[in-house]
Design a protein around this ligand. Structure first.
Ligand code: ZN
Length: 197
């Protein structure tokens, strides 16, 4: 079986107000983005320098930088689907060395695919009067998509740089783009097309 991917438009240039924008880096942890990780996503390696450049751009303009960390207790029911991964306080749960957060960054430890679920993310965004969310990271069709969808349903403006997210297969990757574009009316673009002012 083969399926055709519907046309997905990429925005040429996305200019965002720094003080009402946050950059979210989803689950760029050793278990997902390091070759020795338990659920390694090979394509995530290519996104590391792209995300790093975006983080540097954001920091220069004082854009709020938020990392999410998948954070599981032993015997989490999610392990029935994926096997053990991102167990709290282990190497696998740490953010990859190349993207190491600063003290000033926000870290959201998440229980489920959706970073809003049972976390303080929405509270922190509202305290900071954030309206726009640039969402990067992995896995595109799992935690990135659920977080982007959950953000869009809360009426945040969602921007996803297509070269800063990764999935295990092309089908998974393009299905995530399709949902973000068609279902959630997110803006898709290249990371280099995003400017903070
Ligand atoms: Zn998980």
């Amino acid at each position: 079986m083969s399926v055709e991917v519907p046309a997905i438009k990429l925005a040429d240039n996305v200019v965002l107000e720094s003080k009402s924008t946050a950059l979210i880096i989803v689950d760029m942890q050793n278990d997902f983005s390091h070759p020795k990780g338990k659920l390694f996503v090979p394509k995530s390696i290519e996104t590391i320098p792209v995300i790093k450049t975006l983080i540097e751009k954001a920091r220069r303009k004082k854009v709020l930088v938020i990392f999410t960390q998948d954070w599981h207790m032993k015997n989490d029911p999610e392990f029935a689907i994926w096997g053990e991964h991102a167990i709290q306080n282990t190497w696998g749960a740490e953010i990859v060395e190349e993207l190491k957060p600063l003290e000033s960054d926000v870290i959201i430890r998440k229980l489920r695919y959706d970073a809003f679920y049972g976390s303080s993310l929405d509270h922190i965004l509202r305290l900071n009067a954030i309206k726009n969310l640039v969402i990067t990271g992995t896995v595109a069709n799992i935690c990135v998509l659920h977080t982007a969808g959950s953000a869009a349903l809360r009426w945040y403006k969602v921007i996803v740089p297509v070269d800063a997210i990764s999935a295990l297969t092309d089908f998974d990757y393009y299905s995530a783009l399709r949902q973000i574009d068609f279902l959630y009316k997110g803006i898709l673009t290249k990371a280099s097309n995003i400017d903070f002012v």
